[in-house]
Design a protein around this ligand. Structure first.
Ligand SMILES: N[C@@H](CCC(=O)N[C@@H](CS)C(=O)NCC(=O)O)C(=O)O
Length: 208
């Protein structure tokens, strides 16, 4: 399989970390949504990452759909999203809030990367920032409420992976102060020490 996209994207990174955890090997194409846009569009009509190219050439798009496929490949024992019930609902809610925060973070970055200064609209950026901060506040509340190391179960789930990837991205790319989020910082430290997270570095580079 070929994974397209840079690991500083939290969407790409959550897929790569998951593949590492599930022992699914892949080739990596470290393509930027800026300068490699045309190459990415050959595999994904939206020109977005992550895109996962399967061995038979099928192209999977959108990290949520890719994670669903990876869990299916891994089988029910190893799948990272809880199979049913309250734990599944809680994990999906956490993942939706974290992904939404990441999307609002990405929009703030794109405002300065893809728009000339004269066309930037501060109220729009403020709105995105408020949405991102609202999401982080809720993630912090939920991470402080957990009983053990993990968010929804007594083992790591996709909720932990997604929240940790998003928190790291927002701290690095948008200078979010970790100290304001002790629960998320603790989860992040636990995750970032794991071999799968260490293997998939997340150093942020604004798209060119
Ligand atoms: N919902 C998508 C979001 C992916 C996403 O926003 N990727 C960004 C990079 S972090 C991207 O491809 N940006 C280029 C663009 O949207 O034009 C997913 O989960 O895969």
């Amino acid at each position: 399989m070929i994974l397209i996209g840079m690991f500083d994207s939290p969407f790409v990174r959550r897929v790569a970390v998951t593949m590492h955890l599930l022992n699914l090997s892949f080739e990596h194409r470290n393509w930027s949504v800026g300068k490699d846009f045309d190459r990415i569009r050959e595999y994904n009509p939206l020109g977005r990452v992550p895109t996962l190219v399967l061995d038979d050439g099928e192209c999977l798009i959108d990290s949520g759909a890719i994670l669903d496929f990876l869990d299916e490949m891994a089988g029910p024992e190893q799948a990272l999203l809880p199979a049913s019930g309250a734990a599944r609902r809680a994990a999906l809610r956490l993942m939706a809030i974290a992904s939404g925060a990441a999307e609002k973070g990405v929009l703030q970055i794109y405002e300065s990367v893809f728009r000339p200064e004269a066309k930037r609209h501060a109220p729009w950026v403020e709105r995105c920032r408020a949405q991102m901060q609202g999401a982080l506040k809720e993630l912090e509340r939920l991470s402080m409420a957990r009983a053990g190391n993990w968010l929804v179960a007594d083992r790591m789930t996709q909720a932990d992976i997604t929240v940790a990837c998003v928190f790291k991205f927002l701290c690095d790319a948008l200078a979010i102060d970790e100290n304001g989020y002790p629960g998320l910082s603790a989860l992040s430290r636990t995750c970032e020490l794991l071999p799968a997270f260490r293997a998939i570095g997340a150093e942020f580079h604004a798209p060119k």
